[in-house]
Design a protein around this ligand. Sequence first.
Ligand code: ADP
Length: 452
Amino acid sequence: MSTLLTLRNPATEAVIHEMPHATVDDVDAAIAKATAASPAWRKMAPVDRSRLLRRFADTVAAHADELAEIETRNMGMPIGNSRWCANMVADVLHYFSGAVEKHTGSSIPVAGGVDITFHEPLGVVGLITPWNFPMLMASWKVGPALAAGNTAVLKPAEITPLSSMRLAELALEAGIPDGVFNVVVGPGSTVGWRLVEHPDVRKVAFTGSTEVGKRLMKGCADQVKRLTLELGGKSANIVFADADIEKAAAAAPGAVFDNSGQDCCSRSRVLVQRSVFDRFMELFIDASKAWTVGDPMSPDTAMGPLVTAGHLAAVRQFSDGLETVYTGEVPTGPGYWHPVMIATPAYDAPVCHEEIFGPVVVVIPFDDEADAIRICNDSIYGLSGSVWTRDGSKALRVVRAMDSGTLSVNSNSSVRYSTPFGGFKQSGLGREHSMQVLDHYTELKNVFIATD
Ligand code: ADP
């Protein structure tokens, strides 16, 4: 079997890069490097670790355009979105550079002495990331991992590794010591799995499919290895009759067609109260016409191609033969293009329940508040979601009743590096972002000191 990795531009199908796969020996070597770098990194004065991470953030910001172009060529994301991602990578690293000196322990009142807690770094952590937001997902893990005093081995998705490889170079350029942040590129089942198996890796942080997440959970069980999972979703965008329907409909396409629907937070089920269903559909279809599909290098493009021919085929399993109320246009010629699609299928159709990870949205009518909550929670997933209403009490009642981790009201935007992000049920385990994520990259140590 060939060990050469061939990367293609999804908009042109042209080969953009060839490189050898890492082997399991390469992973072991990276883990050894991370292990060797660990004592100095964890003992470094917090202010110095913070300063180095800040320099890393600034170096990324200075290379934002370059990183954005790499991402767009490798993954097909429209260039405007890639630039936004590159700048967010810098902001994420900046946030966690500031967190180094603020993740404090506590002192607890006890009899006969004092009791204090410490957040201890884990050691070497393995980070496994997907292809849909390659550099962003890398930063969401590398930032808190390094801030907490760990060293890291990152395995990006083998089809979109280029921006992560560049991030590792920029880290070195910024002065992060060699061995603190390592990248290995290769298939999940061998190179990724080695991070699960290797006894010197103390934690695995994973973003990807629910199916692979379950496999990793079983693999980590043998060593009781720490594991956080950010998995799939089938999130609900709930529009009540008393909402600002124009605003909700104008925002709905972006919530599912952004990144060609290749987004675990995609609001791919729109639930609309029956009395405004027709009006909403009219506005939603109108707004979706702006989602032109085309060359992702053009700043005017709203939506690029899907990532690979294989993924296009997977999405088509749902969309081929699907009766739609709106189907957009796609370019002709090479490229893994898929149009935006809006459908109102029967509720028991698989497309209403399975994660499609493409630009296909289902719209489902509901009768009242209880009905909306029932449909929303009728899913194995619980990652994200939105509620649109002008009634503040109803908004709060509904978000409290939704079995999902990351929600928004009168907006579809709920992911910020300073606020916790993660899923209920089969959407994941643990949280990313905010100061909370640092608890997942440290062990809590408790010490009693007798004074009497
Ligand atoms: P997607 O369906 O989005 O491609 P996957 O869950 O297949 O997501 O992949 C997400 C990441 O997990 C990728 O980096 C992939 O290489 C890695 N991966 C896949 N299978 C395994 C495995 N058995 N062990 C470790 N990592 C894996």
